[in-house]
Design a protein around this ligand. Structure first.
Ligand SMILES: *Cc1c(COP(=O)(O)O)cnc(C)c1O
Length: 371
């Protein structure tokens, strides 16, 4: 049994992937080859965002977005305390200061009430120039985008939506990629839509920001490649990865449906024993991982390990307790929900090719561990 079974998926898509890779090997335009524009158009059609700029990773996608906003020293950018390091890493990398906000205990996403409180606090301290919010759709479930956007509008802050885990998910009948002024995602192999290396993308309906990020992605190019109008990065997606992603996009919706079936079975079998994820009305998760919550987490983990069942703990040590974020607002403070979740969460296999017998074994093992 595997946590993410890339072998099983490869068995389904092998022929297309090999043909697509061969095409790239034939034309040899490894950087910005024709597959890049094709993929960007496909992603735009898929999620409804007008401009899609593929990127070297989900982290570079976030970095390019913050650079487009001109974020730098003295600026404060808000991020949840319960997320993958990259969300806040890019803020610090640009010399800005992360402002941590605790999450909601049922959705695991940024808590709108605490967001408002934190904004008031930072504004009253007058130390940082508060510029934007990076909400994260954790584990595949979209954040309450209307609530976050309303608060952002009220305070004149940008919303950069970190959808690294939630590509394919929905909120109020719209697909992830259209929320916030800019959204980003990751194509890291273990994400819902993954490539065979590092990859990511930026989504926006704002043409000016799209142009700036397109330039940043390519060393700050101007009209021509050798005109340098700003400082940029090597932020491009490889042509090979674009070719692979186009193949995977064709089976993506089918895979999302399979993840949903597995999630429903987990919910029905486990919700009397542990806290299973709640998906609010109007939301659809991409089920990047299936994360349960229990005070008996360590015992569950031990039983799963003993039975050879893969599991993962996202995230055992929250960012506001990490040395790299010692200067952040909220560093070392109590974030009660995040601090408790770090001790109680455990993520179970939910890849689309999980076999029914294997899922039964996972469920039985958890029930035994808990009773
Ligand atoms: C994976 C992830 C990223 C970074 O993506 P990479 O492609 O690995 O750089 C950023 N934010 C979140 C929430 C993630 O889960």
């Amino acid at each position: 049994m595997k946590f993410v079974d890339l072998d099983a998926q490869y068995n389904v898509i092998e022929k297309q992937v090999r043909e697509s890779i061969d095409q790239v090997l034939n034309h040899k335009q490894f950087i910005m080859g024709p597959e890049i524009a094709i993929l960007e158009k496909e992603l735009s059609n898929y999620c409804g965002a007008q401009h899609v700029i593929s990127a070297a990773s989900g982290t570079d996608a976030l970095l390019m977005a913050l650079m487009a906003y001109g974020v730098g020293p003295g600026d404060g950018i808000i991020a949840p305390s319960f997320t993958f390091v990259a969300t806040a890493e890019v803020i610090q990398l640009l010399g800005a200061t992360t402002v941590f906000v605790d999450v909601d205990e049922t959705t695991f996403n940024m808590d709108a009430g605490k967001l408002e409180e934190t904004i008031q606090r930072v504004k009253s301290e007058e130390r940082l120039n508060l510029k934007g919010i990076i909400p994260v759709d954790l584990f595949g479930l979209p954040v309450d985008h209307n609530a976050v956007q309303a608060i952002a509008n009220q305070h004149g802050l940008f919303v950069l939506s970190d959808a690294a885990q939630s590509f394919g998910a929905e909120y109020n009948n719209a697909k992830v990629g259209v929320f916030g002024e800019i959204s980003t995602t990751s194509f890291f192999p273990a994400k819902p839509l993954g490539c065979y290396g590092d990859g990511g993308a930026v989504f926006t309906d704002n043409p000016e920001l799209a142009d700036i990020m397109d330039s940043i992605r390519f060393h700050g190019k101007g009209v021509s490649q050798y005109e340098n109008v700003r400082i940029g990065i090597t932020g491009r997606l490889d042509t090979l990865q674009a070719a692979i992603l186009s193949c995977k996009l064709k089976v993506f919706d089918e895979e999302l449906d399979k993840r949903q079936v597995i999630a429903d079975i987990y919910h029905n079998e486990l919700n009397r024993f542990v806290k299973t994820p709640t998906i609010p009305e109007g939301y659809k998760s991409s089920w990047a991982v299936y994360t349960i919550c229990s005070p008996g987490r360590d015992r569950i983990k031990q039983h799963l390990d003993q039975n050879g069942i893969p599991s993962a703990i996202y995230y055992p040590s929250p960012l506001h307790h990490q040395p790299a974020f010692a200067n952040a607002v909220g560093a070392g403070e109590k974030m009660p929900v995040t601090d408790r979740l770090a001790k109680e969460v455990i993520s179970l296999p939910i890849h689309p090719y999980l076999l029914p017998d294997d899922q039964l074994k996972i469920i039985d093992t958890i029930k035994t561990a808990i009773s």
